[in-house]
Ligand binder design. Structure first.
Ligand code: PLP
Length: 375
């Protein structure tokens, strides 16, 4: 049925199906509500070390250039990312966060009403919203009960009209990580028109050998998506990128809004890539904190999903205080973690790895609530 507009208030049906966004309380609002001096946010997988001093310096020293337009195509950063990975810069695409990369992938690789895209469920919230906005069917296949990837089920819904498959590895919110063999098998099984995109937002926390990056020459139908939001601590500056087949990268550059990466973000990213020390410090903090948090949560009787990321998904033991008690109890103490109702996982929570001190406070308060009902 063709859509007929009858009023100047009408919008595309895809747009009308979106719900309005309700932002959560800000850190300042939570502090005020519970009368807290300090609030620790362990809810959004941000880098607990904050911004690296070298990057702060780069932003400050370039502030005076904010009156200029960025150089379209971001050639300096493209070259730097290419060199960093030893990849042809013609394959690099950069966006305003991975968010923009994902949005454009649907719009560039899928014809609305003809092609479909495939992902697991639950998945990063942006895949379904941007697929919908692009008018593209997103087929979602449930993860296994233990949140591991069901690649056989994924392959069973892929057909000749599937042009995009997205796998998040390490996954969010579970932290589970696909093996390169599983990803390679999936890539080999795809029909010729299909591009496999691996969202590697957290790959730096997964240790060696978790990415197909060293084997990209073998798999021309694989794209990797990465971000400066996590290991580089720049979530607020919005810088994401992908290593794509060269032809797709070229088209993505043609249609991207010309200045979507702002001039200070570009300088920050260039400085961040060079800052080996900060990146290594971040990874070391996450590996140590993740082990401590996992062991502590297990000792409180929680079910913990093994994570190779900078967060941990867990479920409190049945019969004791549940998600709501723990989440609210921690908020009252000034610690924000993520309850996963929004991912349709009402029995589960996700905590981002913090600094050593933040992790210790989380463990102390969580233990108080779970073991003594001491909210
Ligand atoms: C955090 C995250 C990203 C990064 O998004 P940006 O837009 O680059 O901040 C991408 N994918 C997943 C699954 C994430 O959790």
């Amino acid at each position: 049925m063709p859509v007929k507009f009858t009023s100047y208030n009408d919008v595309r049906p895809e747009v009308a199906s979106f719900e309005s966004y309700e932002p959560g309380l800000s850190i300042a609002e939570i502090a005020e509500k519970y009368g807290l001096e300090r609030v620790i946010k362990m809810a959004s997988n941000e880098n607990a070390l904050g911004v690296s001093p070298a990057v702060s310096e780069a932003i400050l020293s370039n502030a005076g250039n904010a009156f200029r337009y960025p150089q379209s195509g971001n050639p300096r950063l493209v070259k730097a990312i290419g060199a960093f990975y030893g990849v042809d810069p013609k394959r690099i695409f950069i966006g305003n966060g991975s968010d923009e990369v994902i949005d454009l992938l649907f719009r560039v690789r899928c014809v609305p009403g003809v092609h479909n895209a495939v992902a697991f469920r639950p998945c990063f919230g942006l895949y379904p919203t941007q697929a919908k906005m692009a008018g593209v069917e997103l087929r979602q296949v449930p993860l296994k009960e233990d949140f591991s990837f069901d690649f056989a089920a994924l392959e069973s819904v892929i057909d000749e009209n599937t042009t995009l498959v997205i796998v998040t590895s390490p996954d969010n919110p579970s932290g589970r990580t696909a093996s390169t063999e599983e990803l390679a098998d999936l890539a080999r099984s795809l029909p010729p028109a299909c591009l496999l995109v691996v969202d590697e937002a957290y790959i730096e926390f997964a240790g060696e050998g978790a990415s197909l990056l060293p084997r990209l020459a073998e798999f021309p139908n694989v794209a990797l998506m990465r971000t400066f939001s996590k290991v580089y601590g720049l979530a607020g500056l919005r810088i994401g990128y992908a290593i794509l087949p060269q032809a797709i990268a070229d088209y993505m550059w043609r249609v991207r809004l010309p200045f979507s990466l702002n001039i200070l973000a570009e300088e920050a990213a260039l400085a961040a890539l060079k800052d080996v020390e900060f990146r290594e410090k971040t990874v070391a903090m996450v590996e140590k904190g993740r082990a401590e948090l996992s062991a502590a949560l297990e000792s409180m009787g929680c079910t913990v999903i093994p994570s190779r990321s900078n967060f941990i998904m867990f479920r409190p033991a049945a019969g004791g205080p549940g998600v709501k008690e723990l989440h609210t109890g921690l908020l009252k103490k000034g610690i924000i973690i993520r309850a996963l109702g929004g991912y349709h996982l009402p029995e589960w929570l996700r905590v981002s790895v913090g600094t050593e001190e933040e992790n210790a406070l989380f463990i102390e308060y969580a233990r108080g609530i779970l073991e003594n009902g001491n909210a």
